[in-house]
Design a protein around this ligand. Structure first.
Ligand code: NAI
Length: 673
């Protein structure tokens, strides 16, 4: 645990407490051993004048679900302290009332909803308060004699609070326990099975108390826990074909149970594989989370995936989850879906499941922190202390089905058509392919974009700014068999499957009459425009068979139904591609895979069309460039985004009952009609 405090920065912020609060909150947020993705919260109490010129004590608390690492001033909610403190004096209030009262206490109606721990912050009589779920501290408390260990580590310097639901119950318990305590004797509180709070009259004091106390817990673990030696530098193995197809099967089963397509990301690092190979790992790993705060992301436990029957393992998880819900519900909650959020795959590693890459990444981080915590607790040297013992199932249920926690996840406004689906697009660095990658991504799909252009990943990230981790650019020459295999393997390991395949990469060789076409031009065009799509389709098939509403789209050409003179090297492989697609539609229907063809023309905002190639094509038809561009019936050009929209429609439910179709997008061509 590093102390990241920089006095130079802090001094500049001394007179602006809220800015200083942002700075020290970010310091905490930067360390994943302290807080993860939206976890933890901080506050500062400030005297402010209201509109009547009266001085009021305001507590600024972190907004619910906001990430400490990236928080800014707007991420804090100002609340009237007197109002908040009075609320805790009530013996009980419902969540609904609490939310309403907190809103009434806010001095800025546009601020975010305050953290669920706002009340707790309000009753602690210190100006600066930091709350984290530090792995080391919570790990110590998640053991059979957690409280005893905590006392050993901290003596009387911290108030120890038994586990109780966060929110009003916790604030109320702390209120009762501390009524007769002299707060000045303490540096903070240890919330058993939950986290740690530090406080101080200065920002620095509170921050330092946090770091130093977490260090004490880490030192205890270092001394008293014998962690297995794992060579973390050991290379992650290249996954074999069977593992990859099984991963796609797992992903499909999880998606079906969730009722929505999901991404599955396999962590097969040495650490993840070691954990998944521990003999009694099924029992140990499914006891519960590090802190109840993780439940909304991870559910109570991971699925243990047995090597022999992966699908049955997931079905068993779902029925056990249903039984757990039935055991605890009082009839007022509605059951969440029964699919797991992460899994321990025997001897293979750890899998995380999410509806997009961002969610999957968060779950993956939490899972790996859980893996380490469990190992620390299970490897404590003293048998007296040893063992992973998180909160009870009753408490888990209470926290998982707590409305205020679930509310953190309900930010999505409109369901996206391709949420959780995985599209592989070839030739994605330019033109139609790039537009397809962008459009699929905007509609929620995770996209793997392949291109011979080595700048592919950056191009995709720049174009799909909000795509973030939901997009993956892979340099791949689609005419190379091994490169295809590698790119597919990377896609499966990162996203878990393929639902949509867009065969778009293509080249347009210089137009020449048949008697002039060089062998090399002919062969190269066949390689890129015919053999590559065939190889790609063949290699993706095992994964498409495990896809969710799988669909293949070939980007052929208007040249197929209406060939032009001088383009044999282009039109012949495109016609071959079309024939391949038609046969694929016949063969793959039995697997539910739809195969459709798009024949574009006049798409000029692509790399395929240069002023030189435009002139060349126009002259082949005896037209000027302008006449050539307007030679279709609608007298229009076609934009790449319009082709992309058609591709997405073909992959969507609009075309659910269509396979083997050839659709032009060419502004209307008399010869085609
Ligand atoms: P583009 O040149 O903008 O994009 C093609 C992409 O494919 C490029 O990023 C290129 O690097 C990539 N590529 C080429 N060879 C590759 C290889 N061996 N491995 C991996 N990637 C490779 O062209 P555009 O117009 O977007 O073309 C896309 C597809 O649409 C092509 O198949 C083309 O034949 C077809 N098409 C285009 C029409 C148009 O008017 N633009 C009309 C009819 C069909």
């Amino acid at each position: 645990m590093k102390n990241l405090w920089d006095q130079k920065i802090a001094s500049k912020l001394e007179k602006k407490p809220l800015h200083l609060r942002v700075y020290t909150s970010q310091l905490l947020g930067l360390d994943s051993e302290l807080v993860l993705h939206g976890g933890g919260n901080t506050s500062v109490k400030i005297l402010e004048k209201n509109i009547f010129g009266e001085e009021e004590e305001i507590i600024y608390v972190k907004g619910s679900g906001i990430n400490l690492a990236t928080i800014d001033i707007k991420g804090f909610t100002p609340l009237r302290l007197t109002h908040m403190k009075k609320l805790v004096e009530l013996v009980h209030i419902s969540d609904k009332t609490l939310v309403r009262e907190q809103k009434l206490a806010m001095t800025n109606s546009e601020a975010p909803n305050p953290s669920v721990e706002a009340l707790l912050h309000a009753i602690i009589p210190f100006r600066w308060i930091d709350h984290t779920h530090a792995d080391a501290v919570v790990t110590l408390t998640n053991t059979p004699k957690g409280e005893e260990i905590i006392q050993q580590v901290y003596g009387d310097s911290f108030i120890i609070i038994p586990y109780v639901m966060p929110g009003f119950k916790l604030a109320r318990m702390v209120y009762e326990i501390t009524k007769k305590l002299d707060w000045q004797l303490y540096k903070g509180m240890i919330l058993l099975n939950h986290g740690i709070i530090s406080f101080g009259s200065e920002a620095h004091e509170s921050y330092e108390r946090m770091i130093n106390s977490v260090k004490l817990a880490e030192n205890f673990l270092k001394k008293h826990s014998s962690m297995p030696k794992i060579n973390l530098k050991k290379r992650t193995p290249i996954l074999n074909y069977q593992t990859l197809t099984t991963l796609a099967k797992i992903r499909k089963k999880v998606s079906l149970i969730r009722g929505n397509a999901s991404i599955a990301r396999l962590n097969s690092s040495a650490e993840a594989r070691f954990f998944s190979s521990i003999p009694n790992i099924k029992n140990i790993s499914t006891r519960g989370p590090i802190t109840s705060d993780h439940l909304i992301r991870t559910k109570p436990a991971p699925v243990y995936i047995n090597k022999k029957n992966v699908e049955k393992s997931i079905e068993d998880f779902a029925s056990k989850y249903g039984a757990y819900f039935d055991r605890h519900t009082d009839g007022k909650q509605s059951r969440l879906d029964s699919s797991p959020r992460w899994g321990v795959w025997a001897q293979k590693g750890i899998i995380s499941f999410g509806q997009n890459s961002y969610e999957t990444e968060i779950i993956s981080d939490i899972a790996m922190h859980t893996v380490r915590s469990i190992q620390h607790a299970e490897n404590l040297k003293s048998s007296n202390f040893r063992g992973w013992k998180p909160i009870s199932e009753n408490h888990i249920f209470e926290a998982e089905y707590w409305d205020l926690q679930q509310a953190k996840l309900k930010t999505e406004s409109q369901p996206q058509e391709f949420k959780g689906k995985i599209a592989l697009v070839t030739g994605a660095a330019s033109g139609i392919g790039l537009a397809c990658a962008e459009h699929f991504n905007q509609l929620g799909a995770a996209v793997a974009g392949l291109d011979i252009n080595s700048g592919i990943n950056k191009i995709l990230l720049d174009r799909t700014k909000s795509g973030g981790t939901n997009i993956l650019g892979i340099r791949c020459d689609v005419t190379e068999k091994h490169a295809i295999a590698k790119a597919i393997s990377k896609t499966i390991q990162y996203f878990g499957g393929i639902d949509i395949l867009v065969l778009n990469a293509g080249t347009f060789p210089a137009g020449k009459a048949i008697e002039e076409v060089e062998d090399e031009t002919w062969n190269n065009s066949l390689k890129t425009n015919l053999t590559a799509p065939q190889k790609l389709l063949q290699s993706c098939l095992p994964f498409l068979k495990e896809g969710i509403d799988p669909s293949v789209i070939f980007i052929a050409s208007r040249n197929v139904p209406a060939p032009g003179p001088g383009a044999s090297a282009y039109s012949v492989p495109k016609a071959g591609q079309t024939q391949l697609a038609r046969i694929a539609a016949l063969e793959l229907g039995k697997y539910g895979i739809r195969v459709n063809i798009i024949h574009p023309d006049c798409v000029y905002d692509t790399g395929l069309w240069t002023s030189k190639s435009l002139k060349r094509s126009a002259s082949r038809y005896g037209l000027t460039v302008e006449e050539y561009k307007n030679r279709n019936i609608l007298k229009t050009d076609v934009k790449t985004v319009e082709v992309a929209r058609m591709v997405c429609a073909m992959a969507s439910s609009v075309f659910a009952k269509t396979t083997g179709a050839q659709i032009p997008i060419d502004g209307g061509n008399e010869r085609v009609i």
